[in-house]
Design a protein around this ligand. Structure first.
Ligand code: ATP
Ligand code: MG
Ligand code: MG
Ligand code: MG
Length: 495
């Protein structure tokens, strides 16, 4: 049996529907009703009232005890922020689907674990020898005991060397600073055939792409209160989340989420719209010396994130959620231009392929297609103007620093690129990294704090200085710019 992604999703849904679960559609990826969250980061977000025992009795969900869906998630800010990994690795996206099943005060760990095992091994046919399970090993400071019950449940299926305890970081799941939470048990998949447990075990939760976390089963029993304490909830719940793109890569036998039918149509569209001579080649890290494949991954990931966020009512802007989106767009456009030679305007033209591919699952995409494209095209063209000038500015500054034997870009320069050229810090950091330089991020933050603290008038006066670049006549000529001569050194000009 082969596993196209649409079948993978459908089989998950069928499995839990047959076990008495009700389909509750994905909530928007923009949590309009939850001020504690930047973006929806897990399937459980919309079920906070269920876990807290606060569902309105008039709600159609009041009597629902078991639910399932595929939830749209964005992890690009807040407690779960994967933005910096995206493009560099093969299994973190900023936008992904999370397949989930829930019990609201109904079944607990025994059923949740038995069904997870059955679905993965019997239905999807994943060999059990490729799987590891983790459980919560306890925490003295939090006065939480190890979850021996879960360990025993896994030992029915797996040998002891494949059932591993971990601490709070990996096996106590929390959505944010506050909210429902609890110990969890996770399933990890070894992409390498025939590796023995002793060699595989150290790679679990170690950031190794060959041994990847697939499914998290959270046993929700607490609420993290605003004062940081854990309050025991009146009932115990099950909240699971499985990365859909990761599962597809496992079932399609690939080494990377990106080498699946989830991303293939997007890569084809990217090649078409950028005119890049090379198709996506799947190389990572040092093998991807030109950065072309990383750029493909960044662009493919980010068009998904932006399209879904805009469809759900967010727009790029200067603050909060909108600022995160603006940064993501700029990262994508800049990667496209630099590594794929993308022309201005390529990014929004990727939207139709995405819509076509996923509209049967998320119909809001098709309904909002025109709006998404307009917003992206506007944002892209305004960024295009600053990008060109900013890259040039960076090049000249970095050249001057390197000629003087320096490797750190000062904080005020990074801040100028941010404030006047719209370069997010991570973009400047990427540019610096490419030349073997670093950015004084602390200095940048200081500049930022200073700017915030100053009155508007003082701020304007200051930016008049910080924004100036002193150049020699040749450098100016190379830029095709005219400067104002410095009063105390007429061989130098201010640009
Ligand atoms: P990881 O340790 O790999 O970063 P996580 O522990 O942060 O994952 P959870 O919060 O447990 O992830 O989320 C549940 C599941 O969602 C994970 O087991 C994984 O399959 C999937 N997932 C999490 N983050 C991402 C992501 N950035 N991109 C794709 N899938 C993800
Ligand atoms: Mg993570
Ligand atoms: Mg993890
Ligand atoms: Mg996890």
């Amino acid at each position: 049996r082969t596993w196209p992604s649409d079948r993978v999703r459908q089989v998950f849904m069928d499995f839990f529907r047959e076990r008495g679960h009700v389909f509750v559609p994905s909530s928007p990826v923009v949590p309009h009703e939850d001020p504690t969250l930047l973006f929806t980061n897990a399937g459980m977000n919309q079920f906070k009232p269920q876990f807290l025992g606060r569902v309105d009795p008039r709600s159609p969900l009041y009597s629902v005890k078991r639910a399932y869906n595929s939830q749209k998630c964005i992890r690009a800010g807040g407690k779960h922020n994967d933005l910096d990994d995206v493009g560099r690795d093969t299994y973190h996206h900023t936008f992904f689907e999370m397949l989930g099943n829930w019990s609201f005060g109904d079944y607990f760990k025994a059923e949740a674990i038995a069904w997870a095992w059955q679905l993965l091994t019997e239905v999807y046919g994943i060999p059990g020898e490729r799987l590891y399970a983790t459980y919560f090993g306890g925490d003295d400071a939090l006065q939480l005991p190890a979850d021996e019950e879960t360990r025993a449940l896994w030992l029915r299926h797996l040998p002891p060397g494949r059932v591993l305890p971990f601490g709070v970081k990996d096996n106590f799941w929390e959505m944010g600073e506050t909210g429902p939470c609890g110990p969890c048990t996770e399933i990890h998949y070894d992409r390498v055939d025939g590796r023995d447990s002793a060699a595989g075990a150290p790679l679990v939760n170690a950031g190794d792409p060959s041994l990847m976390e697939v499914w998290n089963v959270v046993l929700i029993q607490y609420n993290r209160e605003p004062d940081g304490s854990l309050r025991r909830l009146p009932a115990r719940h099950v909240d699971t989340g499985m990365g859909f793109e990761r599962l597809c890569s496992v079932l399609q036998g690939t080494d990377s989420n990106y080498d699946t039918d989830v991303f293939a149509p997007l890569f084809a569209a990217i090649q078409c719209e950028t005119g890049c001579s090379a198709p996506y080649g799947g190389r990572v890290g040092r093998d991807d010396a030109e950065g072309v494949d990383m750029a493909y991954r960044v662009v493919a990931d980010h068009i998904r994130t932006l399209s879904f966020a805009i469809a759900d009512g967010a727009v790029p802007s200067n603050e909060g959620r909108g600022y995160v989106l603006r940064r993501i767009l700029r990262r994508a456009v800049r990667y496209g231009q630099q590594f794929l030679q993308a022309p201005q305007g390529f990014f929004h033209r990727l939207v139709p392929v995405l819509v076509q591919r996923l509209q049967h699952v998320f119909p809001e995409l098709a309904a909002k297609q025109d709006m998404i494209m307009t917003v992206l095209a506007d944002e892209e063209s305004s960024f295009g103007l600053t990008l060109k000038r900013g890259l040039e500015r960076f090049r000249v500054t970095a050249n001057a620093l390197q000629a003087a034997g320096q490797t750190v870009l000062p904080g005020h320069e990074a801040f100028f690129l941010y404030d006047s050229m719209g370069f997010p810090l991570d973009l400047t950091q990427i540019l610096a990294e490419e030349r073997g330089m670093t950015v004084d991020a602390a200095g940048y933050q200081e500049e930022m704090a200073r700017q915030k603290a100053q009155s508007a008038a003082a701020h304007r006066a200051k930016m008049g200085n910080a924004g100036q670049l002193v150049l020699g006549a040749e450098q100016l000529a190379a830029l095709g710019q005219r400067g104002v001569p410095l009063t105390d050194d007429s061989s130098k000009y201010v640009w």
